[in-house]
Design a protein around this ligand. Structure first.
Ligand code: 1PR
Length: 539
């Protein structure tokens, strides 16, 4: 197999990139010191997370001169995400840290006054009338970043670059650039399904001028509606790791001896949803609070296997907290997250531990000390890698004055006709309710550096009655990071409803997909029919 060299200088999920490269017929060799760079013919510079952190690692390890030399020699060079950012002069994310300065321009943060930041999801990389490494204007690619290079028409083109652009809200930014031997993408081709694999293959094959026929194929600009499939995983009574699904978090059958519901095998189901066009797949290890996570190696194996065939983002949740292993060794949440990232996860999702950390945050007067799992993981891997999974349930009250919590007026009165409620946070899969409301929780975790909220709802889970729009509106009004609506989806119209009646950034379904009532494709086709933009699956 022909080879490509990957630079190993930064943390993050490089496993998926390796899998993607192998999928298109190349073998990966690692570059682990600057001296090795010379032996590389084709070189890829991956990158995730924080600009300053990446550049500092990169420069402290002595790579800068070697990379410049490689690029100047005219050998093929590709940079991804923060790799692209590194080629510019600098970023307001770390104003004191210079970039390589190979391309003129600086990065700044997306404006979050009217949209969620980070920018997470599937967007275009439109070259209009130019060809660039297999990019197609009608395809969508997976982005995850808070800082962008603003696009100014003609500026880079005058310096000989071919530019692909994307639009988020009213901001147009650079999705990819190419010139001579260089290709750099802000999106993650290894997470962009078949459209992304095509770009990687075109780069490796040296097919610079490939993609669409110029003038053909019109791009529908902007971020698509993200549809996520979620797999709750646990060990059943026979000891097998299975996908299960609860009703209001109760995963046992009402009959057949109260066994844990077994809806299938995690890796197979994840592949099935990828083929149906799921934009992301989430695994939640729902009983991890009982076990030592390190004994939980099957979840790592599930990720490894899934990332070989599923080229969209993977999130893993359950048991991400500081813990003590069976032999007494202390293991930090960051170390556990690292194991997951190395096995193919792009994001980790934190549930119970986030609630405990938020309680502490308020207790000490909203101060942060950098010691929570959220802070540690987000500073090492970037905010976008940390999702907080929230498991709220309604507490009805007669009048808002009865409680100190953030309340809403509800259209769905409580058992005694109460017209107001608040949402209490729970831990341990809903088994314990805490005196903290959902607004307090999401604002605390946003301050700690969480990049996204996975908003479940115990009252709605497994009911097939639609999402809790009131809850979603309350949470969307409280934070500026993206929110994933979850719990209650029973048919495609529920997805349309949540996208039309709330500002949710993504919507997640579980039971309706697992029971085979609808496919992800049916949901997306329905959304498209109703005029909502979705990513079409490419085979
Ligand atoms: O607390 O960090 O160890 O994480 C545990 C994780 O496991 C949390 O993310 C928590 O939400 C999840 N979890 C724990 N127990 C359960 C359970 O069901 N008994 N599942 C559970 C959470 C909610 C979603 C579900 C949606 C959509 N399940 O995963 O997929 O509600 O379902 P639907 O579309 O069928 O209505 P930690």
């Amino acid at each position: 197999m022909p080879k490509v060299y990957l630079l190993d200088y930064v943390a993050g999920n490089v496993r998926s990139l390796v899998n993607a490269i192998e999928k298109v017929g190349y073998a990966v060799e690692w570059i682990r010191s600057p001296e090795d760079v010379e032996k590389a013919d084709k070189l890829i510079l991956p990158g995730v997370g924080h600009f300053g952190h990446c550049m500092t690692q990169f420069s402290n390890a002595g790579y800068l001169p070697a990379i410049r030399k490689h690029i100047e020699s005219g050998k093929p060079f590709m940079a991804i995400c923060v790799g692209l950012q590194a080629l510019f002069e600098g970023s307001s994310e770390s104003a004191a840290v210079p970039g390589l300065g190979l391309i003129k321009g600086h990065l700044d943060r997306f404006d979050d006054s009217s949209k969620a930041v980070p920018h997470i999801g599937w967007n275009s990389a439109n070259t209009s009338d130019k060809q660039m490494y297999g990019l197609r204007p009608s395809s969508k690619y997976y982005y995850v970043h808070s800082y962008k290079v603003p696009y100014r028409q003609g500026e880079l083109e005058r310096q000989g670059w071919t530019v692909a652009t994307a639009r988020y809200g009213d901001e147009e930014f650079i999705g990819a650039v190419a010139k001579g031997n260089i290709l750099a993408t802000q999106f993650h081709p290894e997470k962009s399904g078949v459209a992304g694999l095509r770009v990687i293959k075109a780069f490796l094959d040296g097919n610079i001028e490939s993609g669409h026929t110029p003038g053909q194929g019109v791009a529908e600009e902007g971020l698509t509606r993200r549809v996520i499939a979620c797999l709750d995983v646990r060990t059943n009574d026979q000891g097998d790791l299975v996908v299960t699904k609860g009703d209001q978090y109760d995963v046992r059958e009402k009959t057949s001896g109260g066994n844990v519901r077994n809806l299938g095998k995690p890796v197979e189901m994840a592949s099935k949803y990828y083929e149906q066009g799921a934009d992301e797949v989430t695994f939640l290890n729902i009983t991890s609070f009982r076990d030592c996570p390190l004994a939980d190696l099957p979840m790592l194996e599930i990720l490894r296997k899934t990332s070989e065939t599923v080229f969209v983002p993977l999130t893993i949740g359950g048991g991400i907290r500081d813990t003590t292993d069976t032999d007494g060794t202390k293991v930090s949440a960051l170390e556990i997250a690292t194991m997951y990232f190395k096995s193919g996860a792009d994001k980790v999702s934190i549930g119970s531990d986030a609630v405990i950390a938020a309680e502490e945050y308020y207790k000490v007067g909203k101060k942060l000390f950098g010691n929570t799992a959220i802070e540690q993981i987000s500073s090492a891997y970037g905010n976008q890698a940390v999702v907080v999974s929230v498991d709220p349930k309604r507490v009805y009250i007669s009048k808002p004055a009865e409680t100190k919590h953030n309340t809403i007026q509800t259209k769905y009165p409580g058992p005694n006709g109460e017209q107001a409620c608040w949402y209490a946070c729970t831990i341990k899969g809903g088994r314990e309710t805490r005196d903290m409301d959902v607004v307090e929780l999401v604002q605390a975790v946003e301050a700690m550096g969480a990049g996204e909220i996975l908003l479940n709802c115990i009252d709605k889970d497994g009911t097939n009655s639609g999402f809790d729009l009131e809850l979603i509106n309350q949470v969307k009004g409280a934070v500026s990071i993206p929110v994933i609506a979850s719990s209650g989806a029973g048919n495609p119209a529920h997805f349309q409803e949540v996208f039309s009646k709330t500002r949710t950034d993504a919507a997640l379904g579980a039971g309706m997909f697992h029971r085979g009532e609808y496919t992800v494709k049916q949901v997306k086709d329905f959304l498209a029919e109703k005029g909502l933009m979705v990513r079409q699956f490419e085979s």
